[in-house]
Design a binder for this molecule. Structure first.
Ligand code: ADP
Ligand code: ASP
Ligand code: MG
Length: 470
């Protein structure tokens, strides 16, 4: 059985939703089994819902009332485009109206209280998938494909971490198999809302922006699926972001480890956690283009061909580098551990760490949104050392990006670093810090550069390695 996920642009309009129904029918015929379909919200809808929630939090009644109308029109238009049966279309429009009425009432309460909580934000931002899944299931039924909308709050059990909840696999397996397997056995396609889940107590949560990819692999793992297919708007995983590098090429194959590195360092094509649920069980993942369903896409699996050594380059922006420095740090055991614990206490995650060999400074990179909290937390931890001038500064440098050059079997190859630094020098890109992945097989060279130089740096490295050529 296949679990397949369709992203925002693949369900962006009624016409696109009709293609989703056709692809689903084709998959069902090819495999002889009803696939499980996971859908994102219509493209842009999650952003719009977040705007509504923040407007409500700021007690801006007019703004969210406008947004409600905008969302109603967008979804009704999609229904008109993909549903021919007028009774079915009418019933779906009523469901949309019901959910948007609820949204408006909910926003009203937020506005009255003047407070938007992380929990409230999760409930509002997950509404897009609840709208789209109904329409997608309706479009399938309209074409004679038996389908049923299933809310992921009935399937995916998570912890209570609003905004980036973590799945609890045992509980999820029990619920998902009980609810989905009978549908599949009856030949009915379950159309599941991506992005959302609920705690064991039933409190709605979300898995993080772009999290519908993760929803698909979570379900793929617990059912379990033979393969998970991620349908998007490009031909697969590419050597670089095609919006930055127009001659980026689609990779036929890539390993779990390589895609995990690329996704962690900003390649938006897959959510960074997508691979986690399927790696252990070796469930293959395909990234496919819903606009070109016959294209072979990219196969992500445990092994990939050893050549070429460098597979891709990606960049992650809006970062800050924090430096903790002082002569008194030399040889003092445990400072690094305390600094990292202080960062963890602030709730921020570190993307990269470097330390000078004399132990006089530790640098790490975090998302800029976390920088104030992190610096405060580290300063508090090192209060005594600062008073004694063992630690002189806890400084931060904003507006930096990390470039990640990812591949296989390249560790220890001096030509790679030479080529990368040569490419950066040719563009006069300043190098702020460097780290190299230590694993033998999986290669990642991460370089911190000023954010303004990111695109030029990515293009120069892409062309230096000839990634545009097969
Ligand atoms: P979806 O809505 O289907 O989840 P996303 O917009 O989240 O789609 O992800 C697909 C987009 O990711 C592509 O349109 C492309 O612009 C971008 N992207 C960034 N890096 C890469 C990469 N290395 N390979 C493919 N696409 C990438
Ligand atoms: N709709 C959600 C988002 O925009 C989840 C997803 O598209 O994967 O973040
Ligand atoms: Mg996505």
């Amino acid at each position: 059985m296949i679990v397949m996920k369709f992203g925002g642009s693949s369900v962006g309009t009624g016409t696109r939703i009709a293609s989703v129904a056709n692809i689903t029918a084709r998959t069902k015929t090819q495999t002889g089994t009803a696939p499980v379909v996971v859908v994102s919200a219509l493209s842009g809808v999650t952003d719009t819902l977040l705007r509504a929630a923040h407007a409500a939090g700021a007690s801006d009644y007019q703004a969210y009332a406008h947004i409600r109308v905008e969302l109603q029109n967008r979804h009704e238009e999609a229904i008109n485009e993909c549903i021919s049966d007028s009774e079915r279309a009418q019933a779906l429009k009523q469901e949309v109206t019901g959910l948007l009425d609820w949204l408006e009432t909910f926003c009203q309460s937020i506005a009255t209280l003047g407070e938007l909580t992380p929990r409230g934000l999760d409930v509002v931002s997950g509404l897009g998938e609840r709208l789209s899944a109904r329409i997608v299931a309706g479009a399938m039924n309209d074409r004679g494909i038996a389908a049923e909308m299933v809310e992921a709050t009935e399937l995916i059990v998570t912890n209570a971490h609003s905004g980036s909840a973590i799945p609890l696999y045992d509980l999820t397996a029990a619920k998902a198999t009980k609810r989905l397997l009978p549908l599949i056995q009856a030949g009915i396609v379950p159309v599941v809302t991506g992005f959302i889940g609920a705690t064991a107590e039933g409190i709605p949560t979300t898995l993080g922006r772009g999290g519908s990819d993760f929803s698909a692999t979570i379900l793929g793992r617990v059912l379990p699926a033979d393969e998970v297919w991620i349908w998007t708007d490009v031909n697969g995983v590419m050597t670089a972001d095609p919006r930055i590098v127009p001659d980026a090429r689609t990779l036929a194959e890539i390993s779990y480890a390589e895609i995990a590195e690329l996704a962690f360092f900003g390649a938006k094509v897959l959510h960074p956690k997508t691979i986690q649920p399927v790696v252990e069980m070796g469930i293959p993942l395909r990234v496919l283009n819903s606009f070109e369903p016959d294209n072979a896409g990219t196969l992500v699996s445990a092994s990939s061909r050893p050549e070429p050594i460098i597979k891709g380059i990606t960049a992650i922006r809006d970062l800050s580098m924090v430096t903790v420095a002082g002569r008194g740090m030399l040889g003092v055991p445990g400072i690094a551990g305390r600094v990292f614990s202080a960062v963890a206490r602030s709730g921020a995650s570190m993307l990269m760490i470097t330390q000078s060999s004399s132990e006089q400074s530790i640098c790490f990179v975090i998302h800029s949104k976390d920088v104030d909290e992190v610096v405060k937390s580290v300063e508090r931890e090192l209060e005594l050392e600062r008073a004694h001038h063992d630690v002189d500064t806890v400084d931060s440098q904003g507006e930096v990006a990390i470039l990640a050059i990812v591949g296989t079997g390249a560790t220890g190859n001096p030509d790679i670093a030479r080529s990368v630094f040569g490419a950066l020098a040719s563009q006069k890109v300043e190098i702020v810090a460097v780290a190299q992945g230590a694993s033998n097989y999986n290669y990642n060279l991460s370089i911190v550069v000023p954010q303004a130089h990111t695109d030029a740096a990515v293009r120069a490295i892409h062309s230096q390695f000839g990634l545009d050529r097969a």
